[in-house]
Design a protein around this ligand. Sequence first.
Ligand code: GTP
Ligand code: MG
Length: 316
Amino acid sequence: MKILLCGLEDAGKTSILLVLDKKFSLLTSIAPTIKAKRTSHTNKLLGISTTRWDLGGQKRYRKIYLDNKSKYFTEMQSIFYVIDIQNQDKFDEALIYLKDIINIVIDNHPDNFQLLILFHKYDPDIKNKKEMKDNILLLENKIKSIIKNLKYSFYRTSIYDDSSLLKAFSDGVFSATEKSKLLQSLLRDYMSKTYTSSTLLLDQNCFIIASRATNEAYQEICEAIAPRLTNALEKLEEWDIDTKDIITNIEFPQNSLEQSRDAQSREGIIFLRKLEINNDRLYLIALCLNKKIQNKSYEYLPILATNLKNLLESFE
Ligand SMILES: Nc1nc2c(ncn2[C@@H]2O[C@H](COP(=O)(O)OP(=O)(O)OP(=O)(O)O)[C@@H](O)[C@H]2O)c(=O)[nH]1
Ligand SMILES: [Mg+2]
C-alpha cells in the first residue's frame, strides 16, 4: 500500500513520520528532505505493509513531482497533505500546490482513495487561540471550493499530541481496509451485546485498527484518551505490575451530548482492557453510558477475544 505525504517545505511531514515511528530522539536533528524519501511501515496485526513516500516540499522538488505525475501520483491509497497552520504567510502557496495535486489525482486514483488534510502544528498550547481557529476555518472554506469530488477529511495535528497523528494515520491507512471492516463487525457485535456506546481496538503501538461508535463525540473522546490510558498501563508494567484494566468514572455535563439528556445516562465509565492474542497485544477501549453495564462488558470480553483470535488467525 502506497501513501504520500505532501505539503510545502517545513510543514512537518518528516517529523510526523518520526513521531509515528516513535523515533523521538531524531526530531531535533531533522533536516529538509531531499526529493522523495521512501520508508516502510508494517502493521503486524493486520498484516499490512505500507510504503510511505515523504515528498520533500521545497519548490524545486515540487516541480519534479508535478512534472512526473506517473511516477509519484499513481496507485496511492491516500495522500496526507500537511499545512503548517502557524505559518499564515504560506497559506496561499500551500493552496496552490494542493490544487495542483488535486488536478492530477482527480483523473486517476484508486477506488478507495482518500485525501487527508492535516492542519499541522496545531500545538496544545496555542490551539485555543482565536487566530488558530480563524485560520483553520478560512482554509477549510478555501479547500472545500477546490476539492472537486474527492473523498477528503480535515485533521488538526501536532507532534506534541500523538493521539492526533495516530488518528489521522489510522484513518488514512487502516480504516478502509477489508480487514479493518471485518474487525469492526466484531466490535458491532460486541456493542450490541453489551450496550457500550463506543469501542476502539488498538494495536500495541496505539494505531486504531477498528472502531465503532453510536455517536461521533464518544468516538473522539475515546480516541483522544486512548494513548494516555495505554501509556499509564505500560508505565505500571515497568514496575512489573500486571495491570488488567484502567477504568474511569465519567459524568457528562447536562445537555452536552445529544444522547445524554436524560439524567440517567449522564454517568458512565470508560475502560481500557488489554488483550493478549497469539503473543500480540491489543487494547480495547470502551465507553459505556451506564455504570451497570460494566459487568456485561466484561462478561463478553472473552467471547470478543476468541472471535478476534479466530479472525486474526484467518488473516495469516
Ligand atoms: N511547533 C511545531 N513544530 C513542528 C511540528 N511538526 C514539525 N515541526 C517543526 O517544523 C520543522 C520542519 O519539520 P520537517 O518535519 O522537517 O518538515 P518537512 O515538511 O519534512 O520539510 P521538508 O522536508 O523540507 O519538506 C522542524 O523544525 C520541526 O521541529 C509541530 O507539530 N509543531
Ligand atoms: Mg521532510
